[in-house]
Ligand binder design. Structure first.
Ligand code: FMN
Ligand code: 173
Length: 391
């Protein structure tokens, strides 16, 4: 079985033939290339976050709070990065987090389709946002063997919510991720400065505009009155859910149901008691609330509270090293948001696959060097980087 880390040999041996990689090899270079490739409005929307973005920065920096101590004489010559999630065997623990403008991050305006193709090629699940530039049924045609998930922004209209979920089931998605932290958007100075919110300009609304319940509520074809259609989206988008809504959400599907945006152990416990199959620990990459704790620092308590229920994680993951740390802190699977959006912007399908390959190669080689042949071996291996008492 080939290892993800073999990508390194491919690059060095390619160098003997005079080749150097076409795409950036680290996050800083990736970001810099994407800044040149993306239209300013899309770039600021993707790159930005809430307030002065201190939580966004802290998400990435806080990985420095944790470290893995290397183990010797393990001989981790063979590694297995596969995980089992909701009864599905995945070749790696990485997934692509939902990005509700991915449809317009690439050069061709069909970024959801490109991402789905990259997911299929790399064997890495895509969590597809409710906000898509092409309808979910079209995007799902690209999935191949890779299981993928549908992320629901629960609209205020319950029939519309039910319709979106049943369409996702029919299209072949393998789980439903309900995002809880974004029924209203956080204060985002970069977008406010330019009065720019892509969805309110009609971008990425294909799942609404193709939905029978939405069209019935609109009462006329979208083409007849596009402004009214966007306005209706604006009115229906955000549902400030409470615990009372949980039984209804659970009743919508028999697929695995995962709640995204959970950072408090009590919320994890209560969601599991209410029938959640998975908990998704995330602070939305610092886009929603500023001034909070870094997501990675909240992961251990959420994992402990979740017990045997799998905990997915994202926010601030920028490298394979970060993936390894999140796994060591108990994540069942680890997501990336901005990194693959930048990959798409600079290289389409190939760019996303490149970002995935770099992340997994680094994670695999780190596990080799540190003596952890499987993810199960990694569990519990991360400790605070500054041991108590030293600070
Ligand atoms: C441009 C952008 C759009 C996003 N759209 C969604 C979305 O539609 N649904 C959702 O649940 N999360 C959304 N997120 C949050 C991501 O799923 C994820 O939590 C976050 O990007 C992780 O942080 P990272 O970007 O630091 O990796 C979005 C993030 C970005 C950057
Ligand atoms: O921008 C976001 O982070 C996001 O998740 C979103 C997507 C659509 C509408 C509002 C917010």
């Amino acid at each position: 079985m080939p290892h993800y880390g073999d990508f390194q040999n491919e690059i060095y041996f390619g160098g003997l033939q005079g080749h150097v990689p076409k795409f950036p090899m680290c996050y800083a270079d990736l970001e810099a290339r994407a800044e040149k490739a993306m239209p300013p409005g899309v770039l600021s929307y993707v790159a930005g976050g809430c307030g002065d973005e201190r939580t966004q920065r802290l998400n990435a920096e806080a990985f420095n709070h944790w470290g893995v101590i290397p183990r010797m004489f393990v001989g981790a010559a063979k590694r297995d990065l596969s995980v089992e999630l909701f009864g599905m065997k995945l070749p790696s623990p990485l997934f692509l987090s939902p990005v509700g403008v991915i449809g317009i991050c690439g050069q061709d305006g069909h970024g959801d389709i490109a991402t789905a193709r990259a997911a299929a090629q790399a064997g890495v699940p895509m969590v597809a946002s409710t906000l898509m530039q092409d309808p979910m049924e079209r995007v799902a045609r690209e999935f191949g063997e890779t299981p993928n998930f549908f992320q629901l922004y629960t609209p205020t209209d319950r029939d519309l919510a039910a319709s979106l979920v049943s369409r996702a089931e029919a299209a072949g998605f393998r789980g439903i991720v309900v995002t809880l932290d974004t029924w209203i958007t956080g204060w985002r100075p970069r977008d406010l400065t330019t009065s720019n919110f892509p969805q309110l300009r009609g971008a990425c609304l294909a799942n609404y505009f193709s939905d029978p319940v939405f069209l019935k509520l609109l009462g006329k074809p979208v083409e007849e009155d596009p402004r009214a259609a966007v306005a209706l989206f604006g009115r229906l988008f955000g549902n400030p859910l409470t615990w009372d809504d949980l039984p209804w959400l659970r009743s919508l599907t028999k697929l695995p149901l995962i709640f995204k945006g959970i950072c408090h152990p009590d919320d994890a416990r209560r969601a599991i008691d209410g029938g959640a199959d998975g908990i998704y620990c995330s602070n939305h990459g610092g886009r929603q609330a500023n001034g909070g704790v870094a997501a990675i620092d909240m992961l251990p308590a959420v994992v402990k509270a979740a017990g045997s229920t799998p905990v997915l994680f994202d926010s601030g993951v920028r490298s394979g090293t970060d993936i390894v740390k999140a796994l060591a802190l108990g994540a069942a699977a680890v997501g990336i948001g901005r990194p693959y959006a930048y990959g798409l912007a600079i290289g389409g399908v190939e760019g996303v696959v490149h970002v995935i390959r770099c992340m997994l190669a680094e994670a695999d080689l780190l596990m080799a060097v540190n003596g952890f042949p499987t993810i199960a071996d990694l569990r519990g291996a991360a400790i605070p980087a500054v041991p108590p008492g030293v600070r």
